[in-house]
Design a protein around this ligand. Sequence first.
Ligand SMILES: NC(=O)c1ccc[n+]([C@@H]2O[C@H](COP(=O)([O-])OP(=O)(O)OC[C@H]3O[C@@H](n4cnc5c(N)ncnc54)[C@H](OP(=O)(O)O)[C@@H]3O)[C@@H](O)[C@H]2O)c1
Length: 239
Amino acid sequence: MRVAIIGAGNLGTAIAMNASKNAEVIAVRRRKDLFPETKSVEVVSEIEEAEKANVFIITLKPQVFRKNMELISKVARGKPVVSFSAGVRLEEMLRHIENPFRAMTNLGIEERGTVACYPPETSEHLSFLDADFIYCESERELDAMTSFLGSSPAIISKLFHAFIISALHQGISYNNAIKAGISAFHSAAYLYSKYGLDETIRRITTPGGTTAEGLRLVAGIEKGFMDSLIGASRRVDEL
Ligand SMILES: NC(=O)c1ccc[n+]([C@@H]2O[C@H](COP(=O)([O-])OP(=O)(O)OC[C@H]3O[C@@H](n4cnc5c(N)ncnc54)[C@H](OP(=O)(O)O)[C@@H]3O)[C@@H](O)[C@H]2O)c1
């Protein structure tokens, strides 16, 4: 299996690192020297040099993808083209590309991650990835994943950072704060998905105790967090 990654920058490099565990990767970027040396990855500078690939992953910026769509179509010759470029719709791709698909992920894919795809059969062309798949029910849902899956790690990093600063303030060492933070964010997602919010709060909170005081004070940040994710999601229509 040979996988071409067209536009091997931030996201493309992360996908290449994951894909190289199970496939031969051809990574394309003009400044080849900026790509980190990685086993099973051949780095080339021209899109035409990727023609022997079986599947084409697009991680170019949207405008750069639009400019190169015709060339990519010629090079792919009917083989699947899976775009991770934000906001470039299937209808637009179909004007040039015979076999287009869409997906979204985030930089966590470098190790192991989650990939949202539309239409659902897109995942068949990404089976070389060490990943879980989210099957989107519409292209609109996939577009929203640009914010909720793609951008959200940067936004949530700000909350994680606030957690670390507060722990340092209360005398916890930096390394221990990081360990506690990883556990707390991971456990919150696990408990919420298993028990829901009310039951998670009921199990953790002692009446009149520390958690209750924390819950009272955290109420103010929820709206800002929602506005941030929704604002990021709306931007996709302008790309
Ligand atoms: N970054 C993320 O966390 C993330 C998450 C989800 C989705 N995305 C999506 O992924 C896409 C790329 O984002 P990014 O942050 O990875 O951007 P990026 O770091 O700028 O990567 C794009 C790469 O494309 C290369 N490139 C530009 N023109 C080219 C050409 N003609 N031929 C071959 N390569 C070319 C550039 O490298 P050279 O200048 O060396 O050619 C650049 O490194 C965007 O559509 C974004 O919406 C990104």
